[in-house]
Design a protein around this ligand. Structure first.
Ligand code: BEZ
Length: 261
């Protein structure tokens, strides 16, 4: 995934603005350390640091980390892949906003193994990302238009249900203490808000396609979605979020009710 760090920071600030609420799920005490997994431009790493915790950001994108380091020169940022990171330091908490949907289903257990290895016992994992049904209208429109051209739209994201993601967490040795899935119709910026969103976030399905063909597909999708996602001249995206908290602590094996003896 190639990030246009400047455009991302300018036009898609809502990504970290919404993430502020998620921070409230962290139970932080003075002196704790927190890893911001997929910190992007570091906006939320900075907010974590404001609580008095020692915040460290980790991201795979050199371009986004450059923005983060410039904005928060006093903080530490590490360039690493969320599916394959190994840290010397152990953390009290791990925080991740709008990141985990970028990682394919098969690699999700690897992320959780890396998270687990970097957490102290009873460490917290607090997260929000795209949940089941996220941007369904947008992906369905792109799928339909590509199908009309004889092309297959390969869904590039992971949007799990609560049941699926809670199971992965439990299998990795976490106790899930909170999880919710909710719709969040999200206002996009500018009169080309939806086209800009598709350009920024949906890249791999267009790989190998001529630039002009891609433009046509996006224009067709925008036309198709106008009736659902344009309201009073403002574009929206049909976001669905999965948000939760888990503690690194094996779930006790409870007996089935009625089978205690
Ligand atoms: C999300 O934040 O849910 C998201 C953003 C871009 C692409 C896919 C999902």
């Amino acid at each position: 995934m190639k990030w246009d760090a400047e455009k991302y920071t300018k036009n898609f600030a809502f990504v970290h603005q919404y993430g502020s609420n998620v921070l409230e799920l962290l139970d932080l005490e003075k002196g704790m350390n927190v890893l911001d997994l997929g910190c992007g431009n570091g906006a939320l790493t900075g907010q974590i640091a404001e609580t008095g915790a020692r915040a460290v950001g980790l991201d795979a994108s050199r371009d986004l980390l450059q923005v983060a380091r410039k904005a928060f020169p006093q903080l530490e940022f590490i360039q690493a892949d969320a599916t394959d990171f190994h840290l010397e330091e152990k953390f009290d908490a791990m925080f991740s906003n709008a990141v985990l949907h970028w990682i394919e289903r098969e690699k999700q257990p690897r992320v959780l193994q890396c998270v687990k290895a970097a957490l102290k016992p009873k460490g917290q994992l607090v997260f929000e990302f795209g949940g089941f049904g996220n941007n369904q209208l947008i992906h369905a429109a792109l799928e339909r238009i590509l199908a009309e051209r004889g092309l297959v739209y390969k869904m590039p994201f992971y949007f799990p249900t609560i049941g699926e993601y809670a199971t992965l967490l439990e299998q990795a040795g976490f106790r899930v203490t909170y999880m919710t899935l909710f719709d969040r119709l999200t206002r996009l910026n500018g009169e080309n808000g939806l086209a800009d969103w598709i350009h920024m976030f949906v890249q791999s399905p267009f790989e190998g396609m001529e630039g002009t063909d891609k433009e046509q597909v996006i224009m067709q999708a925008v036309d198709l979605l106008r009736k659902d996602l344009l309201r009073d001249g403002i574009w929206y995206a049909d976001y669905v979020r999965i948000r939760g908290k888990a503690i690194l602590e094996e779930t006790p094996q409870s007996p089935m009710p009625g089978c205690e003896n």
